[in-house]
Design a protein around this ligand. Structure first.
Ligand SMILES: Nc1ncnc2c1ncn2[C@@H]1O[C@H](COP(=O)(O)OP(=O)(O)O)[C@@H](O)[C@H]1O
Ligand SMILES: [Mg+2]
Length: 231
């Protein structure tokens, strides 16, 4: 299958604030720890290893939350993998300043092996699997048998796998992944996410039979920007 190749150097480079490292005492860091506790206690009945992070809309703080939650999860000596499954607007590679020439799409299309696609970070115990080239058919890739096999393989390699996803009110990717994972963390943007959007997102997760592990209220300012390709 032909994938649209992306250049690793991107002029509109966006950084993601790894707040947990820079400000371990802030209230938002405390929210990540609360989610970690929820995951820990929810694991009593059913082991929680694979976690989807999503939100109603673009720019709510999904990638920021996924990256910071992954870091918090490593802080108890667990091996954690952060996977960029926002195959529409990937940005995990920006957060960790790595190349995105290869990634999960390259693994799913059998271009490279999983081991080769995974990158180490400078956070101890944290590895990342970037998106790789943006595919024309994100949903088909995420809903594939190949994806299920990769997820099984990752569960043997890591104690936690955190999946960053596109906004749930825009496309069904997060529902599909949430259904295959052990739990979902919903991010809402303080002062931006409307109550009915949050409720709709929650309903959609329930409909997809996802276990809600918690809600992170992210203190991000409202931003208008072009996410036209989600529609
Ligand atoms: N808690 C926060 N503090 C400071 N900046 C934030 C915070 N959350 C998000 N941002 C910034 O807002 C923008 C959108 O966040 P991001 O995590 O990429 O959202 P999403 O993945 O939902 O589109 C990014 O530039 C990010 O760095
Ligand atoms: Mg994102």
């Amino acid at each position: 299958m032909k994938l649209l190749k992306r250049k690793s150097k991107n002029k509109t480079k966006k950084t993601v604030y790894l707040i947990v490292n820079e400000n371990p005492k802030s209230p938002i860091t405390e929210q990540y720890r609360l989610i970690r506790n929820n995951i820990h206690f929810s694991s009593v009945d059913k082991e929680i290893k694979s976690i989807v992070v999503t939100s109603p809309e673009p720019s709510d703080g999904k990638t920021t939350t996924a990256a910071n939650l992954a870091i918090v999860l490593t802080q108890q000596g667990k091996r954690v993998l952060l996977v960029d499954t926002d195959l529409r607007k990937p940005s995990v590679h920006y957060a960790f300043n790595t190349s995105n020439l290869d990634g999960i799409t390259s693994v799913l299309t059998k271009e490279i092996n999983l081991d080769f696609a995974i990158a180490k970070t400078n956070v101890p115990n944290l590895d990342i699997l970037t998106s790789g080239p943006i595919p024309p058919n994100p949903l088909e890739l995420l809903d594939s048998k190949a994806m299920e096999l990769v997820m099984e393989e990752l569960k043997d390699m890591y104690e936690y796998i955190v999946f960053d996803t596109p906004p749930i009110l825009a496309v069904t990717d997060a529902q599909i992944l949430g259904n295959k994972c052990d739990g979902v963390v919903l991010v809402v943007a303080s002062g931006k996410t409307h109550k009915d959007q949050a409720r709709k997102a929650k309903d959609m997760l329930e409909k997809a039979k996802c276990q809600l592990l918690g809600v992170v209220v992210n203190g991000v300012e409202s931003k208008k920007n072009g996410y036209g390709h989600y529609s």
